[in-house]
Design a protein around this ligand. Sequence first.
Ligand code: NAI
Length: 311
Amino acid sequence: TRRHFSGSSSRMQAVNNMTVFGGGLMGAGIAQVASQHGIKVTLCDLTDQALATSKTMMQKSLSRIANKKHPDSKDEQQAYISSVFDNVTLTTDPALAVKDADLVIEAIVENIKVKKELFRMLDEECSAKTIFASNTSSLSISEIASATSQARRAKFGGVHFFNPVPQMKLVEVIRTEETSDETFQSLLDVCKRMQKHAVSCKDTPGFIVNRLLVPYMFESVRMLERGDATAEDIDAAMKLGAGYPMGPFELIDFVGLDTAQHILDGWRQKVESGQADSLSSDLVAPSALLSQKVKEGKLGRKSGEGFYKYN
Ligand code: NAI
């Protein structure tokens, strides 16, 4: 339609080829959903074994989706899955991975040094038009972008997907002070094509969801530590009284106690170094109960025990 050519979209750069770095839980999900919606995706991880695991994850998720799409025909299910995989290339070679990339999404380990190292290298490998985005949950996008050249920083933003990517509708699109309008529009457009609901947020600790959810989880832990109420009663209260689908302790067990502690520690460092006006020192104070559980390896669902026990 004509509308397609109007307004800011005329300056927007369309993403036909996407490269995802890191084929873990998040990267495999992002690659899968993009390829489901007709985007050519190259997925890059460190080893063939990691890539084989990514492929298995995608295969499992796609089987469920194909089953729903074509409940009566195994052939059509198989055809759907193959058509999605036709859009996916797997490689361990970073230079090859970004050869045609319009957009690179990074979903590797949550470590600022490792992320900066990757982007420094990619800045040299990629064409000047390639857009860069990080899926980080807790690191600053502009700090990661500082590893790249001045010119690239206008083409750098954040796309924060949620786990599990194929099911969760939300993406937080993050713009730094340097992200250009054109880049921001391209990122919004990719999310739309992936049939996600994009919300935008400045480059602030926790963005929207975690900035509100993490303090809520820690307030709950402190309430338990003070002995004001039991974990079971706090969970029941928030589910039945506030309409939340999960109580805060069920949520921490799902997220992982180590991950929750990692976010809290990161925020405390920001507060201590004066880098986070929106966070208070009370909010980021360590929790003895949480630290104790993490030390004991009680990390939540993934380890079989956190605030609750799982089979
Ligand atoms: P994961 O540990 O499942 O996967 C990370 C993958 O990156 C691994 O397969 C690893 O081999 C690979 N990798 C490490 N260095 C690499 C490199 N230099 N090049 C290519 N691949 C490399 O981690 P997960 O959970 O998928 O998280 C990835 C990112 O997404 C992190 O930044 C995390 O904070 C963020 N995130 C995680 C969410 C979650 O619920 N797990 C939710 C939203 C964001």
